[in-house]
Ligand binder design. Sequence first.
Ligand code: FMN
Length: 182
Amino acid sequence: MTELSKQKINPFDYAQDITSALSHGILLNTNGDKFNAMVIGWGGLGVCWGKPVFTVYVRENRYTRAQIDKTGSFTISIPLTGADSKIVKVCGWKSGRDIDKVTEAGLTPVEASVNGVPGVKEYPLTLECKVLYSQQQELEKIPEEIRSKSYPQDVDGFYPMANRDPHTAYIGEIVDSYIIQS
Ligand SMILES: Cc1cc2nc3c(=O)[nH]c(=O)nc-3n(C[C@H](O)[C@H](O)[C@H](O)COP(=O)(O)O)c2cc1C
């Protein structure tokens, strides 16, 4: 595992960078059985129970889902100079169940400081998180217009994009935040 120096930051100073990076996909890293990174386009920086948090939304059959549940921790990795198309293609369309994403996407995991889940050198803005709360969304509470588009019931839950599965929202306390220096 690579060890690089880290510049500590206040994540709220980077709210704009985080929000704009989300629209092209950032990484949600886990390491239940092994290190894995999945692309996410939904997420939220905020405050809950007086703590800085990052909330992610993970569908039922993502490999990532079981990994988070094993450790109760995840790390968010955000690019500062735009998304890398190879990382998006591999980490957003393939499952860690079938492949080693570190090798296929060319990721360089960097030792975590606090939560045990590495960041990656390629996407240096890093938020280490510990899950405070998780809850599966109830499809019947979602407006019909969104439900029919985002949760097509005729699409198998293992499909990498929109499918029949609801998301589980994980509210993660940000326990450390920094930019990996390379
Ligand atoms: C731009 C983009 C955004 C995505 N956002 C999410 C998301 O917020 N939540 C989710 O469950 N899947 C999302 N996905 C799909 C997962 O990244 C994809 O299914 C991935 O292969 C799951 O990997 P895993 O099985 O290793 O966890 C997104 C994919 C892309 C390309």
